[in-house]
Design a protein around this ligand. Structure first.
Ligand code: ARG
Length: 595
């Protein structure tokens, strides 16, 4: 379906052309004075200078020309030369009826882009053997939502978790295990048998081993040496270490998958830094041969400064002086791998904004050395820090790093208690239903709390505010959906049918306001994806929920005796439910049936 604004802008253009005015002036926007009108066109003012006429004269001409338009119920010229517009109720109802016809695939008239693209999105970025902590929350939540928006618009989106699975943390674990269990076959040099299928540790052991080893390496120089040597040996193909590494990866990935599943986050690719290593030698060879890479202070670097830079951008380091590869090398090699395997038009990185300079270097280096095509877009979607109420990075009460798992389950427990406390004779849930609902509400609270902020900004993770059923929160959005579901349920229980009902012309201000909000849907999704801005979609679901609740409070629905009116109201509620549920699905959470 055409976007509502495009439809009415087209009509406005026709009116402009009728008088020989240039149509580029005919842009219609949503009114910034909703008390006066719904849409406005300010073109007459700009046009007046060119035409050497009074703006109000032009606006008057246009208003006259549009007075019998099927699209508007009111077009008024207002001094100095505004055109104030109110949409015709019949046209609006027709538009919504057309949207309802697109209910089956959840698209409600939002069309796919004309030229779908293959877009890769690098998000999540967990580090193997370290538990997910809240710092990884933002990347997962924002990335998942951006990916879903892209899919909704018809693109092929490939999400890659890009695990940190190749660095010193692997060597630390191996060195510590060797200390603890030196008899394991992985440590016997020249071992020729088959390594055991079962891992020599569980995830909880692994998660204990890593921090212990990490702490030890800071206090014990000799141990640190061993860990570094183990890292190098692993990277050079030591068979036993490789086998052990495979166990570490498998055990970690299983656990990560479980955690991401709880977050309703999933990845098309489970690649890691290790997968890119294979591409490094050839990449480095070419960079040297083509004269991009040169040795500076022993290290191999590529200059990435550009003439227009106002501040210093340091060269991109490709290899350390000891020949070892680093984070940059891996990210560049990953670009080679991605281009080779998927030829994406665009790669989006959802990473902490403190890594922005680093990515500027990587992107410039990739472009300069021809790792990507000229028209391949590399986009850094940097996010801010999640702070506690004290304004400092979010921590547990005792100052430790809060594990993501703990954070979610704590909120789930709170929500469960709230549901149980809210039970009354009209609503009794069994344990299973209450637990499922609590999990959904907790997830909505956390995800919406994050996504409703512009990604690049820091924000305060305020559990109390995020879990409130009122205000601009996830639970409030769910509550609005549940409210509709409950009405529709009662309607059906009374023996009526939902199928075949159609939205009619609005009979009140609040009804029209709700209809207008619904009609913005396709434009909002398109705009939010174009800007990679889930917060725009959040703002929309909030406005839509408010419009719904306003309408609900002012309108008799189940008690309405005029059947035509009631049918139309029910159809409107059903459409609102559908649009809200499509939106939250794109945001990455879902609503329970009751709460
Ligand atoms: N593992 C990294 C971290 O924890 C994030 C990875 C981001 N993605 C990338 N392609 N560098 O900081």
């Amino acid at each position: 379906m055409k976007k509502l604004l495009d439809v009415i802008t087209r009509t406005m253009e026709e009116a402009f052309e009728k008088f020989g005015y240039e149509k580029s002036y005919a842009r219609v926007t949503v009114s910034n004075r909703p008390d006066l009108c719904e849409f406005q066109c300010n073109g007459a003012m700009a046009l007046a200078k060119k035409e050497k006429k009074a703006p109000i004269e032009i606006a008057g001409q246009l208003a006259d020309a549009l007075s019998d338009s099927m699209y508007f119920e009111e077009v008024s010229a207002v001094k100095p030369g505004f055109l104030n517009l109110k949409l015709a109720k019949r046209f609006l109802a027709d538009y919504l009826r057309q949207m309802s016809q697109g209910a089956s695939d959840g698209h409600y008239g939002c069309e796919h882009v004309e030229k779908p693209m293959t877009i890769m999105i690098d998000y999540g970025g967990p580090n193997v053997a370290k538990p997910l902590h809240v710092g990884h929350l933002r990347s997962a939540v924002i990335g998942e939502s951006v990916k879903r928006m892209g899919i909704f618009m018809g693109n092929t989106m490939i999400g890659d978790v890009h695990m940190g699975d190749w660095g010193l943390q692997m060597g630390l674990i191996i060195a510590e295990l060797k200390n603890r269990k030196p008899d394991l076959p992985y440590f016997i040099s020249g071992f020729s048998g088959e390594y055991p299928k079962e891992p020599p540790f569980t995830i909880s052991e692994l998660e204990e081993i890593y921090p212990t080893a990490s702490k030890k390496s800071k206090e014990d120089e000799q141990f640190k040496e061993k860990a570094m040597q183990a890292t190098l040996d692993l990277q050079n193909g030591n068979k036993g270490y490789r086998a052990l590494w495979n166990h570490i990866i498998r055990v970690s990935v299983d656990d990560l998958k479980k955690n991401y599943k709880k977050l309703n986050v999933s990845f098309e690719l489970w690649k890691g830094e290790s997968d890119a290593q294979h591409y490094i030698p050839e990449m480095v060879r070419r960079m040297k041969e083509e004269g991009y890479a040169y040795v500076s202070d022993g290290a191999l670097v590529v200059d990435v400064m550009e003439e227009t830079d106002t501040k210093e951008i340091p060269p991109c380091m490709i290899l350390k002086s000891d020949g070892a590869s680093l984070y940059n090398t891996t990210d560049l090699a990953t670009i080679v791998q991605r281009m080779e395997s998927y030829h994406p038009s665009e790669i989006i990185y959802v990473v902490d904004k403190r890594q922005e300079l680093y990515f500027t270097q990587v992107f410039r280096c990739a472009r300069k050395t021809g790792l990507v095509w000229d028209d391949t877009k590399l986009y850094f979607l940097g996010f801010g820090t999640m702070n506690g109420k004290d304004g400092k990075p979010f921590k547990t009460r005792d100052g430790g790093v809060m594990r993501l798992e703990t954070l979610l389950s704590d909120i789930e427990t709170q929500m469960y208690a709230k549901i149980v406390a809210n039970q009354n004779e009209n609503q009794v849930m069994d344990e299973a239903e209450a637990r499922t609902a609590a999990a959904k509400i907790a997830l909505a609270a956390v995800k919406y709390g994050d996504l409703s902020n512009q990604a690049s900004k820091d924000y305060v993770f305020d559990v109390e505010r995020f879990t409130s059923f009122e205000g601009n929160t996830g639970p409030y959005i769910l509550y609005s959906i549940v409210r509709i579901k409950s009405i529709l349920n009662k309607y059906v229980q009374a023996g009526r049918e939902l199928a075949g009902l159609a939205v009619g012309e609005a009979g009140s201000e609040s009804e029209k306001a709700l209809q207008l909000e619904l009609a913005k849907f396709n434009g909002v999704i398109e705009g939010a994806f174009a800007e990679l801005a889930p917060h725009r979609l959040c703002a929309y679901v909030y406005d839509l929920s408010n419009a719904l609740n306003h309408f609900y409070h002012e309108t008799k629905i189940l008690a309405e005796t005029d059947v035509t009116k009631q049918n139309s109201h029910i159809a409107l509620l059903e459409l609102t439910r559908g649009v809200l549920e499509s939106c939250i699905d794109v945001l990455g959470f879902s609503a329970p049936d009751r709460m």
